[in-house]
Design a protein around this ligand. Structure first.
Ligand code: SAH
Ligand code: SF4
Length: 364
């Protein structure tokens, strides 16, 4: 029996063994992917849940060194969706039978912003008669703000740690009080404490990132016992400081392959979590989203943002599907998921089984 077979059979996911799985070549990795798919089938099944993505605003007060929305990068157009545009997104989510939405934006603080998000959450709940689940991804906030949003009806929160290596964190963020690794971890703890289903994740293929870092990321997620993971490949953006290191990262194919191996290992280490197939996968590979689902992910985030605004939400360049209408996205996903023998589930929140088992009161 090969070492890979031994690791997979004994489910012996030590740091050393995770590193060895992350280093597998194409042929041996097939064993890993087969095992991951089998584990997914047995633990959560081959259902895919949807989160209609609403990119609420591209205004951001932070300066992450990799992101096109950073404060110091001049944007062609700044926008915040109007009430009418938000209403349109909610109606589309209902019409397309998406059981959940994800509200995402650049990070802003201040009462006006936080109260607006509260209003939007209440609106989604009211208009959908509590039928639509809500994931937020609005960055680092105070525990009070997180509480206000939770009480308004949000029940999942995605805040990527970006990397669990504190030294690397400060290579991809400016080192100042608004970009604190300590605070990011504290936010994850606050969210969990408040009763959210907490999701986190990292970018894969960052400059200065080692295989050891990625193995530590997996152990970090496990240690934090998160309910959801959203990870995806790093894609250099020409208007950001990390662009200068674009030659010092794994090439597109290697980043994609590493991302898929991360997803597959995570499905084995945390079989019942929800895991997003990030749209960034599709930017690197036209079949990237399907590949991530087959590797172990179970969530897809079709875009509901009005098409006229999507190009302005340029976290990374060449985002997939920026010109597609919500109908295009829905039809295309249905065909793509059927093609890989997965089944899209409509009109359900699609909570993480890992979370449901611990908190049965949160079943939809
Ligand atoms: N402002 C919020 C949510 C929007 S950013 C936040 O930062 O949490 C959402 C995610 O986009 C980030 O967590 C980051 O992991 C990802 N991202 C940003 N720039 C990226 C890039 N150049 N390539 C790939 N992913 C990127
Ligand atoms: Fe702002 Fe989030 Fe981009 Fe950082 S990653 S600059 S917080 S939008």
């Amino acid at each position: 029996m090969s070492i890979t077979e031994q690791i997979l059979q004994n489910k012996n996911f030590t740091k050393e063994n995770i590193i060895s799985l992350l280093q597998l070549g194409k042929t041996e990795a097939k064993l890993l992917f087969a095992e991951s798919l089998k584990t997914k089938r047995e633990s959560i099944g081959l259902d895919v849940h949807l989160r209609g993505l609403i990119e609420y605003s591209n205004i951001c007060e932070k300066n992450c060194l990799y992101c096109g929305l950073r404060k110091s990068t001049e944007k062609k157009n700044t926008y915040t969706l109007s009430d009418n545009q938000i209403d349109f997104c909610i109606q589309e989510a209902i019409r397309l039978q998406y059981g959940s939405v994800a509200l995402q934006c650049g990070e802003q603080s201040g009462k006006e912003f936080t109260e607006k998000i509260t209003q939007i959450i209440k609106k989604i709940k009211q208009v959908s008669e509590n039928k639509i689940g809500i994931t937020l991804s609005c960055g680092e906030q105070s525990k009070e703000t997180y509480r206000e949003w939770f009480n308004a009806g949000a029940h999942r929160y995605l805040l990527r740690i970006e990397t669990s290596n504190e030294d690397l964190y400060y290579k991809i963020h400016p080192k100042n009080s608004t970009h604190s690794f300590y605070n990011r971890v504290k936010c994850l703890e606050d969210l969990k404490d408040l009763g959210y289903q907490v999701g986190t994740g990292v970018m894969v293929g960052l400059p200065f990132q080692s295989t050891e870092d990625l193995a530590d990321d997996i152990l970090f997620f496990k240690q934090k016992d998160v309910a959801m993971i959203g990870l995806g490949p790093f894609i250099p953006h020409q208007d950001t400081p990390l662009w200068q290191f674009r030659e010092n990262i794994p090439d597109k194919q290697e980043r994609m392959f590493l991302t898929l191996k991360m997803i597959a290992i995570l499905r084995l280490v945390m079989p019942e979590i929800n895991m997003v197939s990030a749209t960034a996968n599709q930017t690197l590979d036209p079949l990237g989203r399907e590949k991530a689902i087959v590797a172990g992910a179970n969530i897809i985030m079709p875009n509901l943002t009005p098409t006229s605004k999507r190009e302005d939400y340029a976290i990374y360049p060449d985002k997939a599907c920026v010109k597609d209408s919500p109908d295009d996205c829905a039809n295309c996903l249905e065909i793509r998921m059927r093609g890989i023998e997965h089944n899209i589930v409509y009109n359900e929140w699609g909570d993480s089984l890992a979370f449901i088992k611990k908190h049965t009161a949160f079943k939809s």
